[in-house]
Design a protein around this ligand. Structure first.
Ligand code: CAA
Length: 257
């Protein structure tokens, strides 16, 4: 299977997906989402695969949803297409998934990492939800998952100011399981994935399903609400201005009142 936006390989019992849009810092466009789901479909169908690792580059796990693809969408378009709905398929996978994050994990990049079962971060990792600076808010689960992982105070501060969190703060706050030197990131993630893959696959999957029960029922409602409000933001002039300003490399002038 030839992919254009990701690299996919199997290492022993571990399925490895490397996000591969280097020129756009692995921005998550719709082609990448389709390809990630195709790769995950194949790994889930393969009984030889016991754990999946998702990683990016040294500079960026992913710098967010693709702003250029999204900037001019209207509210009816984004609502009818159920923008980001395909990410629910990523988040609801049954096999364990580890995000190995180096560099930027911003916006949808941070949200994708949080969809995985846990994050191993390089000491270079930077996490953030900068959507507020674009005149929108997180739309791939960030308002819900970040709040559950790091608590309301830090989630509010990050989502309302757009500030980034470094790897040490992310570990202190409970966003990541472990921080490792950048040079060791992939090896550590693969080693952890191999350990998981050496266990009983059905027991691993049942354990994952059961831990997720801890907050899943309320999470689903929160995600639906978040998606409706995210779509509605495309009815504002400030969303158009915020994203156009990014594309044109200038500061935004927000005017909606
Ligand atoms: N979408 C589209 N393109 C992006 C992108 C994104 N999210 N992030 C970076 N790029 C592109 C840049 O436009 C640039 O392309 P050109 O060379 O064609 O200009 C290229 O990637 C390299 O980026 P920079 O030159 O900006 O690199 P930098 O090192 O100076 O800065 C950065 C790095 C701080 C991560 C900066 O790129 C940045 O701020 N990116 C946007 C981050 C962001 O706002 N993410 C949220 C997106 S919205 C979202 O995710 C919604 C949601 O909840 C799902």
């Amino acid at each position: 299977m030839a992919y254009e936006t990701i690299l996919v390989e199997t290492r022993g019992k571990v399925g490895l997906i490397t996000l591969n849009r280097p020129k756009a810092l692995n921005a998550l466009n719709s082609a990448l989402l389709d390809e990630v789901n195709q790769a995950l479909d194949a790994f889930e169908a393969d009984n030889g695969v016991g754990c999946i690792v998702v990683t990016g580059s040294e500079k960026a796990f992913a710098a967010g949803a693709d702003i250029k693809e999204m900037a001019s969408l209207t509210y009816p378009q984004i609502y009818l297409d159920n923008q980001f709905g395909g990410w629910d398929r990523v988040a609801n996978r049954r096999k364990p998934m580890i995000a190995a994050v180096a560099g930027f994990a911003l916006g949808g990049g941070c949200e994708f990492a949080m969809m995985c079962d846990f994050i191993i971060a390089a000491d270079t990792a930077k996490f953030g939800q900068p959507e507020i600076k674009l005149g929108v808010m997180p739309g791939m689960g960030g308002t819900q998952r970040l709040t559950r992982l790091i608590g309301k105070a830090k989630a509010m501060e990050m989502c309302l100011t757009g500030r980034m969190m470094d790897a040490a703060e992310a570990e202190r706050s409970g966003l990541v399981a472990r921080v490792v030197p950048a040079a060791d990131l992939l090896n550590e993630a693969l080693k952890t994935a191999e350990t998981i893959a050496s266990m009983s696959l059905p027991i691993v999957m049942m354990t994952k399903e059961t831990i997720n029960r801890a907050d899943e029922m309320f999470l689903a409602e929160g995600i639906r609400f978040e998606r409706r409000v995210f779509h509605a933001m495309f009815a504002t002039a400030d969303q158009k201005e915020g994203m156009a300003a990014f594309v044109e490399k200038r500061a935004p002038e927000f005017k909606d009142r």
